[in-house]
Design a protein. Structure first.
Length: 422
């Protein structure tokens, strides 16, 4: 675990810097344009390139030095941050620059992340997979607690340029920790020669789907992603609608998410998780579904804060179980491409359902709970008829979907048998 912990520390520092710059970019774009669309496009431009290139990066990760790829990924992201500094100091930085730079950072960040995930089986003994992957979950949740608050304090003094310089420094730490350690490279002798690019491009899916049970694992993760990401875009507008745009309450909910994630990761790291990672995944779905349903029924921070906290407790278990299943069931030379296939599955579903979520919320659920709407007479007595109740109903339905995915999974023979497949 020593080598893993050295790399993990570097990633902790680097991830903290990423959260700082993400906050700063959002504030800067809002100050410049005062358009929500500009903020949304930052996210879209960062997702789309990674969606199309993820299978290619999986191929690269399985065929080239993972240590060098991790260094390359962080270095290119760092150079993109340098571009932000140069353009900002020169007063030339425009919104379209941020779109392009965000895309570059996401693509190389995806390469670095896949190389890192695929290296775990070379750095950590199988009995420590759950602990290692739960520590990885704490990278993001820990940063989520502290970084936005610190960024909010520093931004008025340092601006986007100063925040980018801090991010540059955190990238250096991440790169140096990888340079200082040895990362074993698995043999590629098991990999059959691929006749053409498309065959290589689709290899991760084909390899996963020919393994007993892994097809159903992909299907269930896809169903969870569908329900979760259908509801995720509703949280911010729902809370702001209920609280008359109180951003302090919204910030408190983000803090609850971070705290829950960190504590969940600590518990999982200490406990070690379920003997069967598939059961851990399904119970994580159930726990998230129950707590998110309670969140949707709530109409004050007294309900939202604990519900969000409990919901986030489950996500280190969910993320760790997904990673552990692939590490256990897929040979090391193929893991990068299978990780990429799973990532591509989740990203593709996420983009589609987030668009669908907005359309359904604005054109169906919100109007249905306005005065005279057809849902008022049906569920108005439960949810009330104040602003935000249409979104709350939609959110509860997506949360019940998550719960159903977990419960059905527990009785699905192919999933319950997955722990026995080798």
């Amino acid at each position: 675990m020593r080598t893993f912990l050295i790399i993990w520390f570097g990633q902790l520092v680097s991830t903290f810097g990423t959260y700082l710059i993400n906050f700063a970019v959002g504030v800067w774009a809002w100050e410049l344009t005062e358009q929500v669309t500009a903020l949304a496009l930052v996210s879209i431009f960062s997702q789309l390139p990674a969606l199309f290139l993820t299978p290619l990066t999986g191929i690269i990760v399985d065929r080239y030095s993972r240590k060098r790829l991790m260094i390359l990924g962080d270095t290119m992201a760092m150079l993109a941050t340098v571009a932000v500094v140069i353009l900002s100091v020169s007063n030339l930085l425009a919104v379209w620059h941020v779109y392009l730079i965000g895309a570059v950072i996401k693509v190389f960040g995806q390469l670095q992340e896949l190389a890192y995930d695929a290296s775990l089986s070379q750095l950590v003994a199988p009995q420590n997979y759950t602990r290692a992957t739960s520590l990885n979950s704490s990278l993001h949740y820990g940063s989520m607690i502290v970084a936005p608050a610190l960024a909010g304090f520093l931004y008025p003094y340092l601006g986007l340029t100063g925040m980018a310089i801090i991010d540059f420094g955190t990238f250096l730490v991440g790169i140096l920790t990888v340079i200082l350690v040895k990362i074993p490279q698995p043999s590629t002798s098991e990999q059959p020669p691929a006749p053409n690019f498309w065959s290589r491009f689709s290899f991760g899916f084909r390899h996963a789907f020919t393994q007993a049970g892994l097809l159903w694992f992909f299907v269930w993760v896809g169903l969870f992603t569908f329900c979760h990401d259908l509801g995720a875009p509703l949280v911010t507008p729902m809370i702001l609608s209920y609280t008359d745009n109180n951003t302090e309450v919204l910030g408190a909910i983000a803090t609850a998410a971070g705290l829950g994630g960190v504590i969940g990761a600590v518990i999982l790291s200490t406990w070690g998780g379920f003997r069967s990672p598939m059961r851990g995944l399904l119970f994580g779905f159930i726990g998230a579904g129950i707590s998110k349903t309670g969140f949707g029924f709530g109409q004050s921070v007294l309900v939202w804060f604990p519900a969000q906290f409990v919901s986030s407790l489950n996500f280190p278990l969910i993320e760790s179980s997904q990673t552990t299943i692939i590490l256990n069931k897929v040979s090391s030379p193929f893991q990068g491409q299978v990780f990429a296939a799973l990532s591509l599955t989740k990203q593709g579903i996420s983009i589609v359902v987030k668009l669908l979520s907005g359309l359904l919320a604005d054109n169906f659920f919100k109007p249905a709970m306005e005065p005279g709407g057809f849902l008022v007479a049906i569920v108005g007595g439960i949810f009330g008829t104040t602003s935000g109740t249409g979104l709350a109903i939609f959110y509860v339905l997506t949360s019940l979907g998550i719960l159903l995915v977990g419960l059905v999974g527990l009785i699905h023979q192919n999933l319950t048998d997955l722990s026995r497949y080798r």
